[in-house]
Design a binder for this molecule. Structure first.
Ligand code: ZN
Length: 424
């Protein structure tokens, strides 16, 4: 086989540059490799927003540099002119370049690598590997996510929606997220948790698609149920199982706290101490209990009847969502409501009242087999990502990271398609 000689053209290949001409390569005073480039003829003088070819305006601020992926162990920079063009629609703007996104200080492959790493690895690993600050990663995520979102219709074939609100800081900011139940993908997220936020999404979804919505899951909040019921007339509203079970866990905690306070006031230190330690045993699913927690539970059964009753009420409500058939589930729900109404534990009586009021929506979740596991999984993932993204200054970056990770918008690593070839 004839070997092709590699000269200046190898640099374009090495850097993953397309539609770009390499003019020269040199080392600068800091020993970084500086590659002088220019867009090929077809890419010159284009508007970065509409890609239309425009008349030149001026030379802008002269030569500019973009950071590219390191070459081996060495920093690498691209250098080129950055002239301005006059677009009919967008006015005077710096001309687009094929190797970088508009307004970016990094090349496209650098951006994509950073976004891929933000989705797939830890904060420290990205920052050290790429030698950039976490805040910079946030800005890159925003750029990459915005471009991916613009190129694709995330609301296509959306018929089963899940709404959720996630608290970001205790008692402060909230994020409203919308998940596609079919694919389990995140399709939209925004800050706020009021009617206006939900309406913003419904506006984006548009009248026609609102009418196509068949199933809608959310928790018991009027800020969501009201506007969605009005705008999506054909959608069945289901109350999210995860939140129903959580309400029961909260009720159990209320009962535990009341008994604990009573014991403390009565000077029963021993009981108070035992109850305080029992919290996790009561919270956990019985199948996940450790041996010690199991002993604790048996102890509570003997020690305090109301708490144990509350525990059984919580567990039984959870079991409803694990019933094998819908009939079984509905029967269990019926039995649970009867029991809870006369259990003489105020938090559970209240919960039973609320569930009775919303019964059709609770039953809808059972009839449509809205899987608790799936909702829970997406919720947990979103919470984790939001917590990671918290170091970003801008809230938009948190949303961008969430969309890249859970909305299927993450770009493949540069030079690899979605199925990378692995060499050993
Ligand atoms: Zn334009």
């Amino acid at each position: 086989m004839r070997k092709r000689s590699v000269g200046i053209r190898a640099w374009a290949r090495l850097l993953g540059l397309e539609k770009t001409i390499v003019e020269g390569v040199e080392l600068d005073e800091d020993d970084a490799i500086v590659v002088a480039v220019r867009p090929c003829w077809s890419q010159r003088d284009r508007c970065p927003h509409c890609r239309r070819r425009c008349p030149g305006y001026d030379l802008g601020e002269g030569r500019r540099r973009w950071r590219a992926l390191d070459l081996g162990t060495t920093f690498c920079l691209l250098e080129a002119d950055a002239p301005r063009v006059a677009c009919r629609q967008h006015g005077v703007v710096v001309a687009a370049v094929p190797w970088a996104r508009h307004d970016a200080g990094f090349t496209r492959s650098f951006d994509d690598t950073a976004a891929w790493l933000a989705v797939n690895t830890s904060k420290t690993a990205i920052c050290q590997l790429l030698r950039i600050a976490w805040r910079t990663v946030g800005r890159i995520c925003e750029r990459v996510s915005a471009e991916a979102r613009a190129g694709r219709d995330l609301f296509a074939r959306l018929t089963e929606l899940g709404f959720d609100e996630i608290s970001i800081r205790k008692g402060h900011k909230y994020l409203t997220v919308v998940v596609d139940h079919h694919s389990g993908r995140l399709v939209w997220a925004a800050f706020g948790r009021d009617r206006k936020t939900v309406e913003k999404f419904l506006d984006l979804l548009g009248e026609e698609r609102c009418k196509q919505t068949r199933l809608l899951s959310c928790h018991d909040a009027e800020s969501i149920t009201r506007p969605t019921a009005e705008r999506c007339p054909d959608a069945v509203i289901c109350l999210d199982p995860w939140h129903i079970v959580k309400a029961a866990t909260d009720a159990l905690d209320d009962v535990r706290r009341a008994v604990w306070n009573e014991a403390r006031k009565a000077g029963n230190k021993q009981l108070a101490k035992q109850l305080k330690g029992a919290r996790f045993a009561l919270w956990r699913k019985p199948e996940n209990l450790t041996e010690r927690q199991q002993t604790k539970l048996t102890f509570i059964q003997k020690l305090n009847a109301p708490i144990y009753r509350a525990y059984l009420l919580k567990e039984q409500l959870r079991q409803i969502y694990h019933a094998t058939t819908t009939e079984d589930a509905l029967k269990l729900l019926d039995g649970w409501l009867k029991w809870a109404r006369r259990c003489r534990l105020e938090p559970f009586v209240k919960l039973a009242r609320r569930i009775t009021e919303q019964r059709s929506r609770v039953e809808a979740a059972l009839r449509h087999h809205l899987s608790n596991a799936r909702v829970e999984q997406v919720n947990t993932q979103i919470r984790l990502i939001v917590r990671r993204g918290f170091g970003y200054r801008s809230p938009e970056a948190v949303i961008a990271l969430a969309m890249l990770s859970l909305g299927g918008l993450c770009p493949p690593l540069p030079g690899q398609c979605h199925n990378p070839r692995i060499r050993q």
